[in-house]
Ligand binder design. Structure first.
Ligand SMILES: [Zn+2]
Ligand SMILES: [Zn+2]
Length: 250
């Protein structure tokens, strides 16, 4: 079971030419999208085949292209979409539809609100939810193979939290937000390299990719990777837009 992960967007709400907003495409038996911020949709060449979208939370840099994805799917006759997210996702999407009444009734969009430890079967895989800490309802997600082993974890936006460390224990890959370098003071609701290192220092994970990078991180990339690596002996890299990682069968 090969899992192919493409970091569509590794950026944030402040625009940067080299990073669009949050989005990760994972090719399981079918393509599954995690977050869909601004700039993600134009990079989804096979958007019609996306049947499942998992939202970590409802901040604009994670959901801005969701309605555009829905419209694009409608225009090409791909009418089914399942949207998963934290509490509030149903009301949010219903309000977005209210702003575009001509779209109401055009698509079969099912919305599921998830909580910590919920598990959703997607083909031969399971998506495992973990609560996160971002000052609003928010979730991270793990992808488990048919043996139940969590292979990949995506944190979404969060402060360091045990639920994500526990989910990532034994995983091949942790894609964790690292919004700011440690030189930015008093970071809350997000994670810095030292905070991530302290959280993951005693957790066995194969590899860590840092994402959700504010412009403040420019010029600090080497230092950020080195700081996390100092705590965690695994490979630590800064995510790049459209970078693909392939995980082979365990
Ligand atoms: Zn956020
Ligand atoms: Zn964000």
């Amino acid at each position: 079971m090969t899992i192919e992960i493409t970091l569509i967007g590794t950026g944030v709400a402040m625009p940067q030419p080299h990073r669009v907003q949050s989005g990760i495409l994972v090719n399981l038996d079918s393509p599954v999208l995690f977050d869909c911020g601004s700039g993600v949709l134009p990079r989804l060449l096979d958007y019609a085949s996306i049947g499942h979208v998992f939202l970590t939370h409802l901040h604009l840099d994670h959901v801005a292209d969701v309605m555009s994805l829905i419209k694009a799917k409608w225009l090409c006759g791909s009418y089914d979409l399942q949207v998963y997210g934290p509490s509030g996702t149903k009301e949010w999407l219903s309000r977005v539809f209210d702003a575009y009444p001509y779209m109401i009734g055009k698509m079969n969009v099912d919305v599921f609100e998830m909580v910590d430890r919920d598990r959703i079967s997607i083909g031969r895989y399971e998506i495992v939810c973990a609560r996160t800490a971002h000052g609003m309802p928010s979730l991270g997600y793990g992808i488990a193979d048919k043996e139940g082993c969590v292979r990949v974890v995506y944190s979404g936006d969060t402060e360091p939290i045990k639920s994500i460390a526990a989910l990532a224990s034994g995983a091949d890959l942790l894609i964790h937000e690292c919004s700011f370098p440690d030189s930015v003071p008093d970071v809350t609701n997000h994670t810095t390299p030292r905070m991530l290192g302290e959280m993951m220092g005693r957790v066995a994970v194969g590899r860590i990719i840092l994402t959700h990078l504010y412009p403040h991180t420019i010029g600090f990339e080497e230092e950020m990777m080195a700081t996390v690596h100092k705590y965690c002996s695994c490979d630590v890299t800064i995510g790049k837009d459209m970078e693909t990682v392939v995980l082979d069968s365990a």
